[in-house]
Every structure is written in structure tokens, then in C-alpha cells.
Design a protein around this ligand. Structure first.
Ligand SMILES: Nc1ncnc2c1ncn2[C@@H]1O[C@H](COP(=O)(O)OP(=O)(O)OP(=O)(O)O)[C@@H](O)[C@H]1O
Ligand SMILES: [Mg+2]
Length: 269
């Protein structure tokens, strides 16, 4: 089928300025369909900005973003793309069920299907027992899962999930990753951001970002063999150091402090 051969996301020379600073200086990448793709990189490298571009809520200054064969933000994509923002985006004064009913209605889920759809998504995020609880009374992890449940409404073809596992305990984290893979096996594409490098082992493919650029687009196995590193974090450091060495004037052989992934945002005024 022709449509299936189009990647889920195609980003071409994407240029974004935020707050007067160049955040994405000309990013090019693709997200293949039917996989769980990890978007990894240090805080401030532009993961959320890229995701905002993919779901069509970010002003871009150049380049293009195509999603499921359409221009990002196209009205046809509204029901086909689910988006979990990094910060919870549900109403604190409504219950879990009221929030999900509201979002299901906005998405155009048929009235007769809403109850079953609510049951399905709360089951996926293990929140069935909290349906009638007001969102303001939930724990941080539960709050995150309500937003995730909302993103799963309508079974979108592409899920853009911005740090969905932050603040969750290891059991829940493992269960959510298993659920992501079940959704991918059923045909969905998941783009999942994290700045925790050990989540790399849970992804089919990795996009490693640094300072608005793509450092690598590979599987973890491919990354390890290309860099000789044991894990994603070491591979990332190896790639950063290789890039820095290429840019560094001769005579200096020490990586700068800004080359460490734990450093503050890479993009500076
Ligand atoms: N609302 C905003 N206005 C101006 N600049 C912003 C805004 N949001 C983010 N930025 C800047 O854009 C850059 C990229 O931020 P972004 O949120 O995309 O990074 P990130 O990789 O998602 O980081 P984190 O892992 O901390 O979530 C940062 O330098 C940040 O300061
Ligand atoms: Mg972010």
C-alpha cells in the first residue's frame, strides 16, 4: 500500500526560533511507521520543540514537517495523531472520567462509543479505580497517566509522547513500555521522548539529539557497534566527543563542560 510506505514523520531542514534563540537550526529526520522510536537527548536540546512541530502547534521559521503524508497541523490529522504534552494538560477541577469524556467528545468519538472508549484507555494506563476522582487529588504519576489516557483516545495512528514515564515507579514504567510495544505491533507509530538514556533499551529505534541537531538515527545495537560503547549513554558521550574533537582547535584535547549530557540547555543566546 502506497500510504504505508510513507514514513510516519518526515522532517526536512526544520528551523525553529524560540524566545529569540535558534532552537532547531535545520533538523532533518524520519520516523518509520509501526515502531517505538525514542527521542533522546539532554534537557534543552529541543525534543519538546520538535514534538510541537510534529503535532502542528509550533511556529516554524523554515523547512517542512510531514505527518502521515500530510503537512503537520493539517485538520485531517486531528484524530490520527495523539499528543501527550510534557506538562499535564487535563482539567484539575474535573474527575478523570469527566476529563476523558470531554476529550472523547472533542475528538468526535460517537456518543454510543464513549463509555467503551473510556474503559479501554483507563485500562491501558491502569487507572480504572480512579475514574471518579477529581484530577486535583491525584498523585503526580496518576496525573501523568490521565493525560496519557487522553492521548490514547480514538486509537491514533501516531502517538507523540513527551516524557510519558517521568515520575512513574519501575513496575508502571515497565508496563507502559510493554503497552507501547503492543500498540506498535497493532500498527501504531510511537515517538517517545526521554532524557533518561536507559530508556533507550526499550525502543526499536533511537533518535539522539543534541543542541537542536540529530547526532544519531539508529537502533541501540547499531549505535553500540558504531561507537564501541556498552550502552546508549556511553554511545551518546562518544558521539559528542567525536563531534567536539572535529570542531576543537588543535592543541586542546579535553571535552568542554557543555559536552556532558547532564549540562544545562545546550542552546545559548
Ligand atoms: N516557551 C518558550 N519560549 C522561549 N524559549 C523556549 C520556550 N520553551 C523552550 N524554549 C527553549 O527552547 C530550547 C529547547 O527547549 P525544549 O523544551 O524543546 O527542550 P527539551 O529537549 O524538550 O528539554 P527537556 O528535556 O528539559 O524537556 C531551550 O533552550 C529552551 O530554553
Ligand atoms: Mg521537553
Amino acid at each position: 500500500m502506497a500510504a504505508r510506505s510513507v514514513p510516519a514523520v518526515r522532517v526536512d531542514r526544520l528551523h525553529v526560533v524560540r524566545g529569540g534563540r535558534q532552537v532547531l537550526p535545520g533538523l532533518t529526520l524520519e520516523v518509520p511507521r509501526g515502531q517505538v522510536v525514542g527521542l533522546l537527548g539532554p534537557s534543552g536540546c529541543g525534543k519538546s520543540t520538535l514534538m510541537r512541530c510534529i503535532v502542528g502547534v509550533q511556529l516554524v521559521t523554515g523547512g517542512s514537517v510531514e505527518v502521515l503524508g500530510r503537512r503537520a497541523g493539517h485538520p485531517d490529522l486531528r484524530r490520527r495523531v495523539g499528543y501527550l504534552t510534557q506538562r499535564p494538560s487535563v482539567y484539575p477541577d474535573l474527575s478523570v472520567a469527566e476529563n476523558l469524556r470531554y476529550f472523547a467528545t472533542v475528538l468526535g468519538v460517537r456518543r454510543g462509543r464513549v463509555a467503551a472508549e473510556l474503559e479501554r484507555v483507563v485500562g491501558l494506563v491502569d487507572l480504572a479505580a480512579r475514574l471518579d476522582t477529581r484530577v486535583s487529588r491525584l498523585s503526580g504519576g496518576e496525573l501523568c497517566r490521565v493525560s496519557l489516557a487522553a492521548a490514547l483516545l480514538g486509537t491514533p495512528e501516531l502517538l507523540v509522547l513527551d516524557e510519558p514515564t517521568v515520575g512513574l515507579d519501575p513496575v508502571l514504567r515497565r508496563d507502559l513500555w510493554a503497552m507501547f510495544h503492543r500498540l506498535a505491533a497493532a500498527g501504531a507509530t510511537l515517538l517517545v521522548s526521554s532524557h533518561v538514556m536507559d530508556e533507550a533499551s526499550r525502543c526499536d529505534r533511537l533518535l539522539l539529539m543534541r543542541a537542536g541537531d540529530l547526532l544519531a538515527d539508529d537502533t541501540l545495537v547499531g549505535l553500540r557497534s558504531a561507537t564501541g560503547a556498552a550502552d546508549a549513554e556511553s554511545a551518546f558521550l562518544t558521539l559528542v566527543e567525536a563531534g567536539s574533537a572535529a570542531r576543537r582547535p588543535s592543541g586542546s584535547d579535553r571535552p568542554s563542560a557543555s559536552d556532558r549530557p547532564s549540562s544545562p540547555p545546550d542552546v545559548r543566546p
